[in-house]
Design a protein around this ligand. Structure first.
Ligand code: NAP
Length: 198
């Protein structure tokens, strides 16, 4: 299964490294173009290639790893290519100017409304970047990764991938409910939880 990663900053990079290590081919894109990604591709090895945003959308599962304020433009550009696809939304809401307004809905619901023909799975947003980058194996436990989405089969697919990366996956159900506990400022946001065997 090929994974497209749109956005190759802290989170795109961290996830691409983990995916390649787990044997997944990845195609990465960013705003500055294919040339700018070559050092990262070299570091990632033969399972990784750089492409355009459109190329990344040809993958089976697409991770959208851009800042909140870039999401509408990126989605607008790729709406047709993302139709029917599983899209992993890792975003948290931060305003570009640093003056946040209160969102009327959970972030996952807002992103899903931008792409009504795609299957959105929210993941990783509740973890700080350093915990996404780190080894998910902690002593004899596994770091917890919450996922949520309105399409159970898409949740299951993304859940399997994240499990392959070494995390303990916990499916919290739909975007509306899960957003109320995992979006920034909510009860589970920012927690570094580890699940240990009984
Ligand atoms: N960092 C964290 O601790 C953390 C934790 C959880 C969730 N998140 C979420 O993860 C997402 C990414 O965060 P980040 O920290 O990785 O951000 P980042 O380091 O600023 O990276 C953002 C990436 O988006 C790319 N980008 C911007 N506009 C684009 C476009 N039109 N087409 C393609 N790529 C575009 C940028 O391209 P260039 O490289 O060319 O500039 C960059 O690679 C955000 O929504 C954030 O809320 C972050």
């Amino acid at each position: 299964m090929k994974i497209g990663i749109i956005g190759s900053g802290q989170i795109g990079k961290a996830l691409s490294k983990k995916l390649v290590n787990a044997g997944y081919p990845v195609i990465l894109s960013n705003s500055r173009g294919i040339e700018s990604l070559q050092p990262l591709i070299k570091e990632l090895g033969t399972l990784a290639i750089a492409g355009t945003n459109e190329d990344a959308c040809n993958a089976d599962v697409i991770i959208l790893a851009v800042m909140w304020w870039h999401i509408p433009d990126v989605v607008n550009e790729l709406k047709i290519q993302l139709k029917g696809k599983i899209v992993v939304d890792v975003s948290n809401y931060f305003s570009k100017d640093g003056n946040p307004t209160k969102l009327e809905k959970p972030t996952g619901v807002i992103v899903a409304e931008l792409m009504p023909d795609s299957k959105i799975v929210k993941a990783f947003n509740h973890l700080y970047g350093k915990w996404i980058e780190a080894d998910p194996k902690v002593a004899n436990g596994k770091r917890v990764s919450f996922i949520s989405g309105d399409h159970p089969s898409a949740n299951a697919t993304v859940g399997r991938i994240i499990k392959d990366l070494g995390f303990k996956v916990v499916d919290l159900g739909n975007l509306e409910q899960a957003g109320q506990i995992t979006d920034v400022g909510q009860a589970l946001s920012g927690l570094n939880l580890v699940s240990y065997p009984i």
